[in-house]
Design a protein around this ligand. Structure first.
Ligand code: GLV
Ligand code: MG
Length: 307
C-alpha cells in the first residue's frame, strides 16, 4: 500500500443535497472538502430528488480546489445502487470520491468498487479515478476496520461516525462527541478512534473524525477536534461555517511545531548524508531515523497547508 492519501481534508463540510441554499453557501466556504449528503440529512421523501440536485451541483462547478464528494445511502437501504448510478452517470467527471456510510465489512467496499468500475467502463470515465471514503460507525464496522481498510485501492480514508457509533453501542449520552456522564476514568472514544487510525495508517489511508453537533459552541468543537488531531487524525467533518476555520487551524500543525519539524529534517539530512551518522544531537535532543519520520509527518501536514 502506498503513502497516506494526499488530498487535504482538514475540514470536510456536510451539505444536505436537498437544500439548494446550503449548496450555494458551501461554494464560498474555505473547507478543504465537502460532501453532498444523500443519507441522514435528507428526508426519505426527498431522497430521489436529492440525487439530481447533487449531480447538478457538481456539474455547475464553482467548487475551487475542494475535494468533491457525495455521501450515498448505506447498503441496508433500497436507495444505494441508484444513488451511485444516477450521480456517477450524470456527474462522474466532476466527482472525486463517494462516501459510503455504515460500512460493516469489506464486502460493502468491494460492491461499490465493482459498481464504479462498471459505470466507468460504460460511460468512458477514467478507470479507477473516483475514490471511496468508508464510514466506520457501528460495532460491526469497528470490529472489521482492518479488513475494510484493505478492501479496495480506491479507498482514500476511513471516517469515524460518532453519532451512529454511540447509538450502535448503546452509549448512555445524547451529546455527540462529549464524554458519557458517569464515565470518569478516561476518554470513552479512545479505543474506537485508535482502532480506526491504526487500520487507516496500516493501509496508507487518511483518518477523518466525524461531526460535532453542538454547532454554536466553537470552543467545544475545537477541544473535540484537538483530541483527534493530537492522535494523528487528518481532519474532521464540519456542519457549520463557524467550524470550518477552527478545523483548518486545529489540523494544521502550530508554527513552532512546524519549524521544529523542518529543523529536525535538516539536521538529520545533514547528519546522514554529510557526516554519515545515523544519530545526531539537535540542541538537547537526540535524533535518529524514527525522529525523521515523526518530523516528516508534521512537516508534511504543514507543507500541504502552505506553511
Ligand atoms: C455521522 O455520520 C455520524 O453518524 O456521526
Ligand atoms: Mg452516521
Amino acid at each position: 500500500m502506498g503513502a497516506v492519501a494526499s488530498r487535504s481534508r482538514r475540514s470536510v463540510l456536510a451539505v444536505p443535497a436537498s437544500n439548494a441554499r446550503f449548496i450555494e453557501k458551501a461554494r464560498g466556504l474555505e473547507a478543504d472538502a465537502f460532501f453532498l449528503d444523500l443519507e441522514d440529512a435528507v428526508a426519505p421523501s426527498e431522497k430521489e430528488a436529492a440525487r439530481a440536485n447533487a449531480a447538478a451541483a457538481l456539474n455547475a462547478g464553482g467548487w475551487g480546489a475542494k475535494v468533491r464528494t457525495v455521501r450515498v445511502n448505506d447498503l441496508e437501504t433500497p436507495w444505494t445502487y441508484r444513488d451511485v448510478i444516477e450521480v456517477v452517470e450524470a456527474a462522474g467527471a466532476e466527482l472525486d470520491c463517494l462516501v459510503l456510510p455504515k460500512v460493516t465489512g469489506p464486502d460493502h467496499v468491494r460492491w461499490l468498487d465493482t459498481l464504479l468500475t462498471q459505470i466507468e467502463a460504460a460511460t468512458g470515465l477514467e478507470p479507477g479515478r473516483i475514490g471511496i471514503e468508508a464510514q466506520i460507525e457501528d460495532a460491526r464496522g469497528a470490529s472489521r476496520a482492518d479488513d475494510i481498510a484493505a478492501a479496495s485501492p480506491r479507498l482514500e480514508s476511513l471516517v469515524y461516525g460518532p453519532a451512529d457509533f454511540m447509538a450502535s453501542v448503546n452509549m448512555r449520552t445524547l451529546v455527540v462527541g462529549e464524554q458519557p456522564p458517569g464515565y470518569d476514568v478516561g476518554d470513552a472514544y479512545h479505543y474506537v478512534l485508535m482502532r480506526i487510525l491504526l487500520a487507516a495508517r496500516a493501509n496508507g489511508l487518511q483518518a477523518i473524525d466525524g461531526p460535532y453537533l453542538q454547532i454554536r459552541d466553537v470552543d467545544a468543537f475545537r477541544r473535540s477536534a484537538g483530541r483527534t488531531a493530537a492522535l494523528g487524525f487528518d481532519g474532521k467533518w464540519v456542519l457549520h461555517p463557524s467550524q470550518v476555520a477552527a478545523a483548518n487551524e486545529v489540523y494544521t500543525p502550530g508554527q513552532d511545531d512546524y519549524d521544529h519539524a523542518e529543523r529536525i529534517l535538516e539536521a538529520y539530512e545533514h547528519a546522514t548524508s554529510v557526516e554519515r551518522r545515523g544519530a545526531v544531537m539537535l540542541g538537547g535532543e537526540m535524533l535518529d531515523e524514527a525522529s525523521r519520520k515523526m518530523a516528516l509527518a508534521v512537516a508534511g501536514k504543514g507543507r500541504a497547508a502552505g506553511m
